[in-house]
Design a protein around this ligand. Sequence first.
Ligand code: FAD
Length: 460
Amino acid sequence: YTSRSSVIIVGAGVSGENRHRNNSLLSLLLRIAAAKVLAENGVKDLMILEASDRIGGRIRKENFGGLSVELGAGWIAGVGGRESNPVWELASKLGLRTCFSDYSNARFNIYDRSGEIFPSGIAADSYKKAVDSAIQNLRNQELGEPPSSPSIPKTPIELAIDFILHDFEMAEVEPISTFVDLGEREFLVADERGYEYLLYKMAEDFLHTWEGKILDSRLQLNKVVRELHHSNSGVTVVTEDGCIYEADYLILSVSIGVLQSDLIAFNPPLPRWKSEAIEKLDLIVYTKIFLKFPYKFWPSGPEKEFFIYAHDRRGYYTFWQNMENAYPDSNILVVTLTNEESKRVEAQSDTETLKEAMEVLRDMFGPDIPNAIDILVPRWWNNRLQRGSYSNYPIVSNNLQLLQNIKAPVDRIFFTGEHTSERFNGYVHGAYLAGIDTSKSLLEEMNREIKERKSESQSL
Ligand code: FAD
């Protein structure tokens, strides 16, 4: 099977959707492609190749404990600021159900291993100390100096706060554009249709759909791209099932984890400046484990939504959330693990993980609490189509150069995805805006080429 298009988009996550605020950019692309068709007399169109059997990528819901829970992106972060968050606009327009989340309460619900809550004064002091030293360490890091040793967290509460600060609330230490530019509020998506409802509604604008399903031959699911042959005149894609797709241009929206893996072979190999930039980017693994209980045994109320477990191992089942604010009487708890702990848990059985989580909960709430009746452990790290949860730029002074290299096209391959977003990498709105940005650059390139051809043919 061989197909020919003007543009191939690999990956159908948010950035692969390539939408313009008011005007579907894909349809804009199609129109441009159509103009190109007229100009060149070729029959060319657009093709989206997605490796999995669904669209959405890292936006993914699953039914669990009678609810629809979000395994990937769960919050619309950055709301209420001077600049509007396009994902929030879209969610508001489409009536997506959301709940306001206030993480800041978490620091006042820190449990030790005997189930005592640390007094708020101690928690606040430890928190302030940790923020101050993190700021100091950040400065040291920028100056290339080692971290100041007295500030290295050692006690369970210090380790817990260090984990919250660095794995959740980095905003208090380092200004993050999402919160500075878009606002500090965050909303949990709590909609039975899932976060992905936004994507399906977006897709409806330019792909044929029927009864909530996309039935359009321009979206090809289960097409794992394994080879990309590129030159300055076009791109040829080979998928795992042996199909070949040819195009003038290609937009590659796979995650940085996939780029760092060997899933896709580039021929010729990517230039050194590109592959080095890809290697330099850090990958965060972020895992939300869902636990369903027969009844509620934890304190509830808006100020109790989040709670912390202080253990002598950093990141060991530290950050907890109850789903009561979003779904009263759901009897679901969510615990978040990151990086090494995520990888460790991914490698073991869910029964083992359930046992560990129950021991932690019994430390906090006593021996008489009921066992969880169900558990859900997403595996983002071991998913070869993701290899992690989101990108993280190292704190170095030449970050802008790194970003430019991550974004820069190679031949006719245009790179997009959350990791190419200058201000909002790691977020849904980052992926969304990156998709728009990349499409614009591609359109400019296509227009430039059309003009060049026109002037060539006129001069003949
Ligand atoms: P993806 O969604 O990863 O899309 C890439 C697509 O490419 C995927 O569909 C994949 O299947 C496909 N693909 C991969 N390899 C191939 C191949 N070889 N051939 C063909 N197709 C391929 N963001 C927030 O804003 N708020 C949050 O609360 C939040 N929480 C998160 C929690 C978790 C656990 C995770 C994992 C992410 C979270 N994020 C959050 C980040 C957010 O989900 C991502 O930034 C965003 O969804 C990335 O979109 P993307 O289009 O760049 O990539």
